[in-house]
Design a protein around this ligand. Structure first.
Ligand code: SF4
Ligand code: SF4
Length: 708
């Protein structure tokens, strides 16, 4: 309870911290602009496909690649060590430093050194350790910890940095990035030259040649690994690739995702210590670069995870950090709140579970809204939110989550409670909304009133049978969507049924970690389809669609053929319903209509053009939000668990919508509809919000209300 309250306090503080908010907004926007510009010039989806395949292949061969690398690196004169735990790595590094009588150590940025707290450990043992990456040095001076994988000081604005450095360097440094960098460069020179040992990580390790690959922009990693007489590299086991060609592909993908550049300023390939054969071809080790290279390969729980066919995907992470800059939750609260003690963001939650413990990651699970923007962006397509959900369901729901899940998964219970709520809601009802409820059900002060309308069968007895899978929000709040789908598809000659025995899709239970309840609900729905045997199943919610087409086949592979018959409403209308031949026009076709993309529509169903085609066919010219698309903040269970963050996401969405000044908004998700209608009603906005199905039905039924 106390830790929950502490966490809520921290979230509030982060949301109110204007400096943090501005720093995160600037960093995300700069990164996205560069990324978009570069991906226009390259075949990004091809880069991603190749990078994913390489990682998969290399993880499959991991033990043999590590062996091959060790052999090759030793042949080239490096010393190679393999250790299982962080404390073994620390002792080994300390031993090497003592043998070399080292006093001053320069470090380049490396998350694995953060993972084992190398700097803290060595400082405690009396060594002087200087971080040479600008962001990391700022963090060191501030006594802080990184909040991003590649930009550790992303949470600090230039004014804070200038004041920190002014204090440390005893001179006035203006809040001008150019001048800050100049001052740091001057100060750092002496450390590079005087250091006894340089410590680095590595982005990749190439087995065929025993080569370390280090990518950097600042140039500090080059100096750290080449000026001091000894170089120690600490790498983790998942970094191995087989060939230099594979390394080149991963470098390209990593660089674009990380910085939006085609290539970083420096890519170092290090194969053993420096050497020369310039005098009579005799090999002399130690020319201008280090005389000794020590490579420490650390496992820390990774090889065990490599055995799990799902969680193994975590090891594909290239640590580019791009997913965080695209993540709405990270953008709202930063990596100190959304992330583990070392690794930030959604992927950080997963890495915490591996490198620390699943218990430590547990408190972080509920930060992920499952919007899947990160998966869509990731150069190796890691399904971060699904892996978080897998870990969550393996721990099971707590008591509160279990009770909430029961509400959705026990049909009789939810029927009784919704009826009860329906009759009790009257005192709070005003114009179709419930105001001043004693218990908040979302991040808003109001919510749409419950509407319990009976199911109606299509009068059209001809044509192929369509099973409309409604989902809870349509059933309890927006029965008008059900009616619109029925009318539209009847118009196109289908027979639409919507049997009352269908149940919740299971998404709330799934997100609450209650896999048993999810299975029970899936079973009820599958049995209903088996009984009705429709030609198609139509959904009006992308989350529901994703459950039916992606999760059900995992739970019941024997019934996976239903997934092939399941379509999203707009997708079905475009593909099967001869939509483009319609002559129907909406009532106000030329009015200013804004289309809101639901996150799951884009990132899970990978649909984009379909609703726009439907809207254009009935005379609208929908405006679409300029990328990056923002999340409306609904996200089901997330908005109930993280109302403060959900409210911030909605605020950002609302600000964007208002800029477009629409008269109407269309969307294809009842969850988004819930959020948009509630939020805009709360803001006294006259904007009307519809499901695409409603606008289509209105256009088709304008002249001929045939099916009523
Ligand atoms: S699914 Fe969304 S909220 Fe979760 S980590 Fe990915 S981008 Fe962030
Ligand atoms: S999960 Fe993907 S996008 Fe995020 S840091 Fe790893 S590789 Fe980059």
């Amino acid at each position: 309870m106390f830790s929950w309250l502490r966490q809520k306090k921290k979230i509030k503080k982060a949301l109110q911290n204007q400096s943090l908010q501005q720093a995160l907004a600037n960093a995300s926007s700069h990164h996205f602009q560069k990324f978009v510009a570069t991906t226009k010039e390259i075949n990004w989806s091809e880069y991603k496909k190749r990078a994913k395949a390489i990682k998969k292949e290399c993880l499959r061969k991991l033990p043999q690649l590590i062996q091959q690398f060790s052999r090759q690196a030793q042949q080239s004169g490096a010393k190679v060590y393999q250790v299982s735990t962080g404390s073994q790595a620390l002792s080994l590094i300390e031993k090497i430093l003592l043998q070399k009588n080292a006093k001053l150590i320069v470090k380049s940025k490396s998350m694995v050194t953060e993972e084992i707290n190398l700097r803290g450990y060595l400082q405690q043992k009396g060594f002087q350790v200087v971080e040479t990456d600008l962001g990391e040095w700022i963090i060191q001076l501030a006594g802080d910890r990184p909040s991003h994988l590649t930009a550790p000081a992303i949470h600090k604005r230039k004014e804070e940095i200038a004041s920190l450095l002014s204090h440390h360097l005893h001179q006035k440094i203006p809040a001008d990035p150019q001048l800050i960098v100049k001052a740091v460069r001057q100060e750092m020179r002496k450390f590079f030259i005087e250091a006894d040992v340089g410590i680095s990580g590595a982005n990749l390790a190439v087995a065929e040649s025993g080569t370390l690959v280090i990518i950097s922009n600042e140039g500090n990693a080059r100096l750290v690994t080449s000026l001091p007489p000894v170089h120690i590299a600490l790498i983790t086991v998942e970094k191995f690739v087989e060939t230099l060609e594979q390394a080149a592909s991963l470098i390209k993908a990593l660089t674009v995702a990380s910085s939006g550049l085609k290539l970083t300023s420096y890519v170092s390939f290090i194969t053993g210590p420096s050497r020369t054969t310039d005098i009579e071809k005799e090999l002399i080790i130690g020319a201008h670069g280090p005389q000794e290279v020590h490579i420490i390969i650390l496992d820390n729980g990774r090889l065990k995870i490599n055995q799990d066919k799902d969680l193994q995907q975590i090891l594909s992470c290239l640590k580019c950090g791009g997913c965080m800059l695209i993540c709405p939750v990270f953008q709202a609260v930063g990596g100190h709140i959304f992330g583990g003690p070392v690794y930030p963001g959604g992927i950080g939650v997963l890495l915490t579970a591996i490198t620390k413990s699943p218990q430590e990651a547990r408190r972080l699970f509920d930060f992920c809204s499952d919007c899947r923007k990160c998966e869509e962006f990731c150069p190796v397509s890691i399904p971060t939110s699904q892996l978080i959900l897998k870990l969550k369901s393996s721990k099971g729901p707590n008591m509160i989550e279990k009770s909430l899940s029961s509400f959705f998964s026990r049909k009789e219970l939810s029927k009784v409670l919704t009826r009860l709520f329906y009759f009790m809601q009257k005192p709070w009802e005003e114009n179709g909304y419930l105001k001043n409820l004693p218990f908040p059900l979302s991040s808003h002060k109001l919510m749409p009133a419950l509407k319990l309308k009976n199911h109606r069968l299509s009068k059209n007895q001809q044509g192929e049978k369509i099973y409309l899978f409604e989902g809870c929000l349509t059933r309890f709040f927006f029965p008008e969507i059900r009616e619109s789908v029925r009318r539209s598809l009847s118009h196109f000659g289908y027979r639409v049924i919507s049997p009352p025995e269908q149940s919740c899709c299971g998404a709330p239970s799934f997100h609450l970690g209650d896999i048993k309840a999810t299975k029970r609900l899936a079973r009820i729905n599958i049995e209903s389809w088996q009984k009705e045997n429709p030609a198609y199943i139509i959904t009006v919610c992308p989350t529901g669609n994703s459950m039916l087409t992606k999760i059900y086949p995992q739970l019941y592979p024997e019934f996976s053929s239903w997934a092939e018959k399941t379509f999203d409403f707009s997708q079905f209308v475009c593909q099967k319903a001869h939509l483009l031949q319609t002559k129907a026009k909406a009532l106000k076709p030329n009015s200013n209509l804004f289309y809101h993309y639901p996150c799951h529509y884009i990132n899970s169903l990978h649909l984009k053009e379909e609703p726009l085609k439907v809207l254009k066919a009935i005379g609208f010219f929908p405006q679409v939000e300029e990328e990056p698309l923002t999340c409306c903040g609904f996200s089901g269970v997330f908005s109930w668990k993280q109302p403060e963050i959900s409210a911030r996401l909605w605020q950002k969405k609302k600000d964007k919508i208002i800029k477009y000044n629409p008269s109407f908004i269309a969307t294809d998700c009842p969850g988004c509809l819930f959020q948009l209608r509630t939020g805009l009603h709360e803001a006294n906005s006259p904007i009307k919000i519809y499901h695409t199905a409603e606008l289509l039905a209105e256009a088709l039924n304008k002249d001929k209300r045939s099916d009523d």
